[in-house]
Design a protein around this ligand. Sequence first.
Ligand SMILES: Nc1ncnc2c1ncn2[C@@H]1O[C@H](COP(=O)(O)OP(=O)(O)OP(=O)(O)O)[C@@H](O)[C@H]1O
Ligand SMILES: [Mg+2]
Length: 156
Amino acid sequence: MNAPKEYHLNDEADTTSLGAKIAKHLTSGMTIFLSGQLGAGKTCLTRGILRELGYHGSVKSPTYSLVETYAINNKKISHFDFYRLSAAEELFEAGFEEHFSEENICIVEWPEKIATVIDTADVLIQFEIVGTSRKITLESETLMGKKLIEGVSHEI
Ligand SMILES: Nc1ncnc2c1ncn2[C@@H]1O[C@H](COP(=O)(O)OP(=O)(O)OP(=O)(O)O)[C@@H](O)[C@H]1O
Ligand SMILES: [Mg+2]
């Protein structure tokens, strides 16, 4: 929808701080896809988002549970990690499609695993490991996503 924005993040603190900036522009019903190899920083960015929204507990990686849900102030967030999902159809078997609603914010690690059933998000975030740091690309697929990326870019 617009030119991707690229950021270089030197350490974990940079990643959580970008997450905090993203959190400020999140609105109900948005879906964010986080793509990138194992250990690239997807959960770390999610932690930054949740902390900024006001969650102070531990942010667990939903590697085995597939989803962790949070109710923070007036926002509901579902954080998925589909790495262990063997077939996209399992999404329906587990009743997960209900999370992708107008009220809920969905943050999805390993969205490639569900691509045959959910193939669009408001914002696509791509992580790349570059030496000891990370390169992150933000791209929007909807107007809501575009506004979020513009909002974030004004803070950096
Ligand atoms: N910008 C950064 N530069 C260097 N290291 C980083 C950066 N951001 C996060 N890390 C480190 O990357 C590691 C892995 O992070 P994280 O668990 O968030 O990855 P992930 O993408 O969620 O992996 P997985 O696919 O296994 O769930 C952590 O040790 C974290 O400290
Ligand atoms: Mg993770």
